[in-house]
Design a protein around this ligand. Sequence first.
Ligand SMILES: [Fe+2]
Ligand SMILES: [Fe+2]
Length: 250
Amino acid sequence: MENLLAPIKAFLKCDTPDEWVTEAVKKENLAVLLTDHLICELKAAQSAMFLIRRYAVDADSAKALLDWLKPYEDFAYRQIGDWRELEKLKLDKSMLVKSGSRYGQDLVDKMVMLIREELHHFYQVLEMMHKYDIEYDKIESSRYAKGLLRHVKTHEPDALIDKLICGAYIEARSCERFAKIAPFLDKPLGDFYISLLRSEARHYQDYLTLAEEIAGHDISARIVFFAQVEADLIRQPDSDFKFHSGTPAN
Ligand SMILES: [Fe+2]
Ligand SMILES: [Fe+2]
């Protein structure tokens, strides 16, 4: 586990504050922690899907991707459907890359695998919620992802590169938080969080590698910029406790 975490901790500019951990392990916060985590898994799948629909695949493939996601969104946003059915859903079409896309295939390969994993995590979080008798209820998202994405440039290819760097930070922070709280949680939940570390660690690397490949030049200054924005969101006081919230404000 330490081997997985060392590069993540080096990538992130700060550790999760202990005050956040104190809040996260409180029994009364379990429903918020799991529900917000659940929605983070869906958002991770949605944003990866957005990237390949926007940048890499043809129109038929884009439609197949949306159809794949729809039952998850129906469940999360419209409370339609039985969550147990979600595990059976598959993407049954192979993706066709837009012609002339230099990085399209690599983006599609990495992101389709990532989406599969995030949707599986979504299902696994629902299993955990079921186990702890937590009924799903809609939740407002935290300031975190918005706070990162508001700095994304508006012109291409810089916009794509920035979105990929933000993706890397969100994945890396999730990983760091899973590892940080796992020892203090009820064993089945702690074990589940540790089991998520491996795939999320690869996701952060995939985002970063894609950003570097697509840029084709040194993006370290941009990474440093987002590292600072991310660390500020984690360190600054935040009165809204969530999976990615800042230092709990009294
Ligand atoms: Fe995930
Ligand atoms: Fe992930």
